[in-house]
Design a binder for this molecule. Structure first.
Ligand code: HEC
Length: 731
């Protein structure tokens, strides 16, 4: 059954009708000019369809070569199909598509686009994104230190080092997964890897998380350092040199971009030298020094009415320090090993072997993952364990579980009553969360406070031993430490189809890609789905093999019927935020057209990214087995994409710098829009019709009062940008 949603087309319904030989949609296009304000461009005004109309299910219709190439190439690279692509698939079907997919994954022309697509996929798949840095790092980096900037927030943080570091935190594991795969390793390495792609900034952060809890209100020894507020630069080599008079003195160089609002006085530019840490009361040691590294000078002292207010300074972490990705192996500290200091950037820049107190392994112990799934004394790492299963297996606990865990160490007595619903889940969950609880304290740090603090956080003394019990699905085994969690997770075999056993990890990754491709699940007992997952598993979990197999499968192309379609129909999905933005950016060779990746946007970029972020995006949610992949063209989606297309129009038609199209040659511009934006290459039967719709629209807008060629061509672009093939997947 093809479950076609008529609302996808709105004003383009007439053009859609062309598929069935109907009339063009000339009559629906027109109205006001693009920038005339208020009424929009008249493009969407004609959307008569929708209104609760539910079409009867249609019988399965095989997708044609054009539709599959348009969908798959867009998914994997964001690029538009060419006549040659279509010819290849028309001639050789799925095998032809596999050849193309290999090209898209490896050819230098496409590989950077594919890489971005997969890094985006991995960031969500491994749940490394979505935290609020200034809130969710208050545990790992401490309150009143690290990313906790107080009432002025990031307004008191200088330049873009902090924003870049936050991006680094989100990207690190996704880049790690991509790099593992690129170097030919099995994807199962994401379960056990102890090496990660890191920047200098990240190395500093990993170490800072392990530095003593010496925030301003702490007692005990604090790292002693000073801030010279004069604004004169002090080279870091002097600061790090015990023989220099500036040893452990950090400077207060102003940032490149001045702050908009500050409390006074900041003391910046005065002859003051403020001591931090040591025996200095109400100041922090490491915790506040780390703030200085990322461009924030904390108030001195940490009081309600300080002598010097917090303010932005030039970050010590350079852009290079926040983009110098390289492999870093993490390992346990050796006995008596001298730790690299988090502020020793010259040493960190060349370090590829990082001794750490906390074990970092797989996707489930990264700072990003632990910030996202913050735990506490009540949750006690249950969320951490549960999400790790949802990522790696696509499954979570059920009270029907018949397993009798090898050991129930860690089982909370309140949940332990045999026979209760609670017991069914918690008998496995509680011993499993011990993997984390025995090596990470409730702040996901290494402090393990022996006594309750006066601020109310409870005692969380270090357990005597490490490890936990993995009792889930087909596995029931004890693990010696957190690294065994991933190893055991990789052993779980699916039981849904005993005749065709497949490891859950293979199924889970295949399923996440199904959502990525179709915005809908594949049926896990569908023989075609299991075939693809098994090919992946039998290729030693070679990720490119999975991509090639799944994206050329009828599950994605709709080239033939599958049990999945029989059960769920085919979803024609909207292009979500990152898909739409990647398609526009990659096809028009204008990187990051939606301004989603700029660390600190300019005013114009901020407008664009605000609009772009209102377009529905991929996500995931707590406790959910399925990713969140909105597919409906809701009124919100329609309004947001219209605004985005209008915003982008000014960047690509008669733009002041680096324009893509000029209204002086509107005819060729329109033809190019049909090819690149709408995805109809020259030989496509829809090409001519689409070009004439755009041309009619161009002429209609041009004929209006106060119009111009620029306004008309921008409006034609908006129409192309809002066309069904640009805004949807699967047509
Ligand atoms: C279907 C499986 C399941 C059942 C049944 C279940 N739990 Fe849970 N429980 C979980 C999972 C999974 C988590 C962690 C979820 C999270 O934090 O995202 C959890 C978390 C908890 C927590 C920590 C909450 C917090 O964040 O502080 C408590 C307490 C708890 N469960 C008690 C119970 C009790 C009592 C029952 C029976 C009335 C029960 N649970 C039944 C799966 C279950």
């Amino acid at each position: 059954m093809r479950d076609f949603n008529p609302r996808v087309g709105w004003c383009w319904l007439g053009l859609l009708a062309l598929l069935a030989g109907g009339a063009a949609c000339k009559g629906t296009v027109g109205g006001g000019g693009l920038p005339s304000g208020g009424g929009g461009n008249g493009v969407t005004g004609a959307a008569g369809a929708g209104g609760g109309l539910i079409p009867p299910p249609l019988p399965f219709q095989a997708g044609d070569a054009r539709a599959s190439v348009r969908k798959v190439k867009n998914l994997l690279t964001g690029q538009a199909p060419t006549d040659a692509d279509v010819a290849t698939v028309t001639a050789s079907g799925a095998a032809g598509l596999q050849t193309l997919i290999t090209t898209w994954m490896t050819d230098p022309q496409f590989q950077p686009n594919f890489r971005d697509k997969m890094i985006f996929f991995f960031r969500n798949a491994f749940q490394q994104t979505g935290f609020i840095a200034t809130e969710d790092f208050k545990m790992q980096l401490q309150q009143n230190g690290g990313f906790d900037f107080g009432p002025l927030g990031t307004g008191a943080v200088g330049d873009d080092a902090f924003a870049r570091l936050v991006q680094n935190i989100q990207d690190s594991f996704a880049i790690t997964a991509y790099q593992l795969v690129l170097e030919g390793n099995p994807l199962t390495d994401v379960l056990t890897t102890r090496k990660f792609m890191m920047t200098t900034g990240l190395k500093s952060l990993y170490i800072q998380i392990e530095m003593p809890n010496d925030q301003p209100y702490s007692s005990g020894t604090k790292l002693a350092w000073k801030m010279d507020m004069s604004g004169t630069a002090i080279p870091l080599t002097d600061t790090l040199n015990p023989a220099s008079p500036n040893y452990m003195v950090f400077d207060d160089e102003p940032p490149v971009t001045a702050a908009r609002f500050l409390l006074q006085p900041t003391c910046q530019g005065t002859a003051t030298v403020n001591p931090f840490g040591g025996t200095e009361p109400t100041t922090g040691g490491y915790s506040q020094l780390f703030q200085r590294l990322i461009g924030y000078t904390p108030r001195w002292q940490f009081l309600a009415a300080p002598q010097c207010w917090e303010h932005p300074s030039k970050p010590y972490l350079t852009t290079q320090d926040l983009s110098d990705w390289q492999w870093v192996s993490t390992r346990a500290l050796n006995a008596g090993e001298t730790r690299i200091q988090p502020y020793d950037l010259p040493t960190l820049r060349t370090t590829t072997d990082l001794g750490l107190a906390l074990t970092r392994v797989g996707y489930y112990t990264t700072p990003a993952y632990l910030a996202l799934w913050n735990t506490n004394d009540s949750n006690a790492h249950r969320v951490t364990a549960n999400q790790a299963l949802l990522v790696g297996l696509g499954q979570s606990f059920t009270s029907e579980s018949q397993i009798t865990p090898l050991s129930t160490a860690g089982l909370d007595p309140n949940h332990a009553v045999t026979g209760t619903d609670c017991y069914g889940c918690h008998k496995s969950l509680d011993p499993m969360r011990q993997f984390w609880a025995n090596e990470y304290d409730f702040n996901d740090r290494n402090d393990f406070p022996a006594r309750a603090s006066f601020t109310g956080s409870p005692a969380n003394p270090r357990p005597a031993s490490k490890g936990g019990v993995f009792a889930f699905g087909s596995v029931n085994a004890a693990g010696a430490d957190i690294t065994d969690f991933g190893r055991l997770l990789g052993q779980v075999v699916d039981s849904a189809d005993p005749a065709n056993p497949v490891h859950r990890f293979a199924l889970a990754m295949t399923q996440k890609l199904c959502f990525f491709a179709n915005s809908a699940p594949c049926v896990e007992t569908d023989p075609e789905f299991r075939r693809v997952a098994l090919v992946f598993e039998n290729s030693t979990y070679d990720f490119p093999t999975l991509v090639k197999e799944l994206f050329s499968s009828p599950l994605v192309t709709g080239a033939s019927d599958t049990a999945t379609f029989d059960a769920n129909g085919i979803t024609i999905s909207v292009a979500r935020r990152d898909q739409l933005c990647a398609a526009l950016s990659n096809r028009l060779a204008k990187p990051d057209l939606c301004s989603l990746a700029v660390p600190i946007p300019s005013t114009t970029q901020a407008v664009t990214s605000k609009i772009a972020t209102s377009v529905a995006a991929d996500a995931f949610s707590r406790g959910a087995e399925s990713p969140v992949t909105p597919s409906d063209p809701t009124p919100f989606y329609r309004a947001a994409t219209e605004m985005l297309c209008e915003n982008v129009a000014t960047q690509v038609v008669d733009a002041t710098a680096g324009t893509v199209w000029a209204s002086s040659s509107f005819a060729s511009a329109i033809d190019d829009m049909v090819v690149r934006v709408m995805g109809y290459p020259a030989s496509d039967p829809m090409h001519t019709q689409a070009a004439s719709v755009l041309t009619d629209h161009y002429n209609a807008v041009l004929a209006q009062k106060k119009s111009s060629a620029t306004i008309a061509l921008r409006s034609a672009f908006v129409l192309a940008c809002e066309s069904p093939t640009a805004l949807s997947f699967g047509l």
